[in-house]
Design a protein. Structure first.
Length: 258
């Protein structure tokens, strides 16, 4: 068996030997063997674990990547696969959200003009009515107002917020983009562009960037899956697959299958 030093593992990925020791301490790679003098020695299993962990970080982030590796290193394959499944489900939700935002933008920008689209609508909504429509809390809407995304009018007598058609549109776009992971500062820029007639360039660029990031994440997941599969094989913790299905018997008198 070939033994590796912390330096050997670190050099492959351009990281420090202290990082390798930290990953061992945190359970992301198995514990190293120790020489009689106390030095760490690693094997190909440790090298495969490190490759898998770093690929998982690119695909799922530090928290989920660490969760997956700790589960594997304690023999809990099902817990690791559950975390992987959650990551794929989140990517699918993000793609669905992106498509929903795209449809919303197409709807908003269709017709003779954006101003004409937003002028037609129902009666203004109160903050409670708009919150129920979006499925968020009133506090969330107040926060969006505080950062400059929403600019509702105020009732002259009561001072209550009144959300017209344009405000509702801005709130719906904000809700969709927040679900896609965009920060409020970015959304504020996008919504301000949308408020002006024909000002959809910022939103189109944001959506295109979002799609590129989702594609990159999907490709990273493919790479992580390959690394993870190799590591699981080295650990030998995967259950045996089902037996191969037998070929159906040929009918009497039929020619043999070649």
């Amino acid at each position: 068996m070939k033994y590796l030093r912390p330096y050997d593992l670190a050099r492959e990925h351009g990281i420090s030997t202290q990082a390798v020791r930290n990953y061992e301490r945190d359970g992301f790679i198995p514990l190293a063997r120790r020489t009689p003098s106390g030095y760490r020695t690693y094997t190909e299993i440790h090298a495969a674990a490190l490759r898998a962990y770093l690929a998982l970080v690119q695909a799922y982030g530090y928290a989920t990547g660490g969760e997956i590796m700790r589960s594997l290193n304690t023999g809990d394959l099902d817990a690791a696969l559950t975390a992987v499944d959650r990551g794929h489900a989140q990517l699918l939700r993000d793609r669905s959200t992106l498509d929903a935002v795209g449809r919303a933008v197409e709807h908003l920008t269709s017709g003779p003009s954006l101003a004409e689209h937003t002028s037609a609508g129902s009666e203004p909504l109160s903050i409670g009515e708009l919150a129920r429509r979006l499925g968020v809390t009133a506090a969330t809407l107040r926060n969006w107002e505080a950062v400059g995304i929403l600019t509702p009018a105020r009732e002259p007598v009561t001072g209550h917020r009144s959300f017209g058609a344009t405000d509702v549109r801005d709130a719906e776009l904000t809700h969709l983009l927040r679900r896609g992971g965009y920060p409020l500062e970015h959304i504020r820029t996008v919504v301000r562009q949308i408020r002006t007639a024909g000002g959809t360039e910022a939103l189109s660029a944001a959506l295109e960037d979002w799609r590129r990031r989702l594609t990159a994440r999907g490709v990273s997941m493919l790479d992580a899956a390959a690394r993870l599969g190799g590591y699981v094989a080295l650990l030998g913790i995967a259950p045996a697959g089902p037996p191969a299905a037998a070929e159906p018997a040929s009918a009497p008198g039929s020619p043999p299958t070649v």
